[in-house]
Design a protein around this ligand. Structure first.
Ligand code: B12
Ligand code: SF4
Length: 500
């Protein structure tokens, strides 16, 4: 009789924000219901991860990996190669954002046998059942596979609305281990899918379309309160692309949570134009229900760049208004910014710095996370990026370093790139940000940070970044005075990769 065990591998995503991989928990439920045994090996919490995968694979049906574009591909390739070498007959199946957006190139890798495009709940169960029965994958929608040396793609699989999807198998997650890495016990949760907008840099449309759909407030309240109580969590990050699309639903969730009496912090992602539709009183209700932070894509302080980003739905004023209202309600306004978008010049970058300085000064609780633009395949701006000379990797392995921290844009290279990086360093020094990971800073390091924030703000005001001694001092302080809790994750590159 064939084995009924499935091995999942989750490669390190280069961040301290360690928690259970939601994509894998989502596709595990149908497997468990069908009687399969599921093993999840997450390299962030498993030091000997390669050995563990190899051992578990011995009596398993297949190896499945979940990944997004960037550094996660490094360990994906390492593990897939090792698995194929020892068990050439066991299929290696890749799913998640990268295989969904670049299925052909991913499947072209010799160590990949199957890819899944888009939602995996139904597709993966179908694949596993076909593999177990020794059948061809030819009729399974949303799947690409190899047969007799040929790459074959089946018809796409229609998207299923979130309310039809099974609950995630949170009980498979080792929250104790994630807490040891992250310093905080938290989980991700999804209450809606897709986003009605289509920002030029965003890949969402390509995977989830634009038909926003959501769970009813009652189900959200029931699931979230059960989740935090059952696993003793202090925070839920609701990873919906745009939580506030339906005002009434958001208010219904808040009312339900307040009524439930279960207290926990939660944070959401939403666009500023939707945040400002709420009154301060309504936002205060959300706060009472535990909402502690709203992450918003401010993205640029330049109306010209916002237009190029296809963000005409977001007027500059709504960024200020959102910061104002959220602050009044006691909710932390958190913003993401993108530097180096095609069409952004020095003048537009200054507008972005001005926006950040204005908001952080007016609303001291507000925070900004900055990124250098990374053109992801599948995003609307990709064609423009090609015209401007961006070169993208031609193999799966090549994407390892295609990541905001390393990507060199032809229109922002050399000294220009260096200047933006220094500017970002000064922004990090000038204003505090609160990551999910909870490693307390050394008190002396905190004091140094406070002191150098003053000249950092002066520099940002005056656009002067020569001889960046505050940056050197900060780096030295981080080296000599590390956080009070030791970092466990050997794979992390830095704490920077915390926003999407
Ligand atoms: C949470 C999150 C993170 C967390 C991850 C924490 C963790 N422990 O997992 C953190 C903060 C670390 C993070 C970091 C980054 N992220 Co992020 N992140 C997300 C977010 C908001 C939610 C992901 C999630 O869990 N969704 C819920 C699950 C249920 O859905 P899902 O992942 O789509 O899974 C389904 C399918 O994809 C599929 N599936 C998934 N895995 C598998 C595996 C198999 C075998 C199969 C068959 C199917 C399958 O089935 C699942 C169920 O239907 C998404 C946006 C989003 N809406 O999904 C961005 C997103 C994935 N991130 C993105 C980006 C760009 C980043 C960063 C580069 C940001 C940055 N500036 O640094 C870094 C990269 C980190 C890295 N590569 O090392 C992009 C990815 C684009 C791309 N081409 O890959 C996204 C899509 C945001 C966006 N709209 O642009 N991120
Ligand atoms: S960036 Fe945010 S608002 Fe824009 S399309 Fe993507 S999810 Fe929607």
């Amino acid at each position: 009789m064939a084995a009924k065990k499935i091995v999942f591998f989750f490669p390190a995503f280069s961040s301290q924000e360690a928690t259970a991989p939601l994509g894998i928990l989502a596709i595990s439920t149908p497997l468990l219901r069908a009687g399969y045994d599921v093993r999840i090996i997450d390299s962030t919490i498993t030091p000997q991860f390669q050995q563990r995968v190899i051992e578990e694979l011995d009596d398993a049906l297949c190896l499945a990996v979940s990944l997004v574009t960037g550094p996660m591909i490094r360990e994906t390739v390492q593990i897939a190669k090792a698995a194929k070498k020892l068990y050439p007959g066991k299929p290696v199946i890749l799913g998640g954002w990268h295989p969904s957006l670049l299925p052909d190139q991913t499947l072209a890798a010799e160590y990949v046998d199957v890819v899944v495009k888009g939602q995996g709940e139904d597709a993966f169960l179908d694949i596993v059942q076909h593999i177990e029965a020794g059948e061809s994958l030819k009729d399974i929608p949303g799947v690409g596979y190899k047969e007799n040396g040929h790459i074959i793609f089946n018809a796409p699989r229609p998207l299923r609305p979130i309310r039809e999807l099974p609950p995630k198998a949170y009980h498979l997650a080792d929250f104790d281990a994630y807490q040891r890495v992250c310093g905080r016990r938290w989980a991700m949760y999804t209450s809606s899918l897709a986003c009605p907008f289509n920002c030029a840099y965003c890949t969402n449309d390509g995977v989830y379309g634009r038909k926003w759909n959501a769970l009813e407030p009652e189900r959200v309240v029931e699931e979230t309160t059960d989740l935090v109580t059952r696993y003793g969590l202090s925070l839920l990050w609701i990873v919906d692309d745009n939580f506030l699309v339906d005002r009434e639903r958001a208010i219904g969730i808040a009312e339900g949570l307040v009524r439930s009496g279960v207290r926990f912090d939660w944070s959401i992602q939403a666009s500023t134009n939707l945040v400002v539709r709420f009154t301060v009183a309504e936002l205060k209700l959300l706060r009472r229900a535990g909402l502690s932070q709203v992450s918003q894509g401010a993205d640029s302080g330049s109306p010209k760049v916002l237009h190029l980003m296809n963000k005409d739905f977001q007027k500059l004023e709504t960024i200020y208004e959102a910061a104002e209202k959220l602050t009044q309600a006691g909710i932390r306004p958190s913003f993401n910014m993108i530097f180096g978008f095609p069409g952004e010049g020095e003048a537009e970058r200054r507008e972005s710095i001005q926006l950040i300085m204005n908001i952080c000064r007016r609303y001291p609780g507000a925070e900004f996370w900055t990124n250098i633009f990374t053109p992801y395949p599948g995003s609307p701006v990709m064609q423009r990026a090609f015209e401007l000379g961006i070169q993208v990797p031609t193999t799966l392995e090549g994407w390892v370093d295609f990541f905001p921290r390393y990507t060199m844009l032809p229109w922002l290279n050399g000294q220009k790139h260096q200047r933006v990086q220094i500017m970002r360093d000064y922004l990090r020094i000038a204003f505090n940000r609160i990551p999910i990971a909870n490693h307390r800073k050394h008190p002396l390091n905190r004091l140094i940070h406070e002191l150098i924030s003053i000249p950092a703000r002066w520099r940002l005001d005056h656009d002067m970044y020569g001889l960046p001694f505050e940056v050197w001092l900060k780096e030295a302080a981080n080296r000599w005075l590390p956080p009070l809790k030791a970092k466990v994750d050997a794979h992390q590159l830095s704490a920077e990769a915390v926003t999407c």
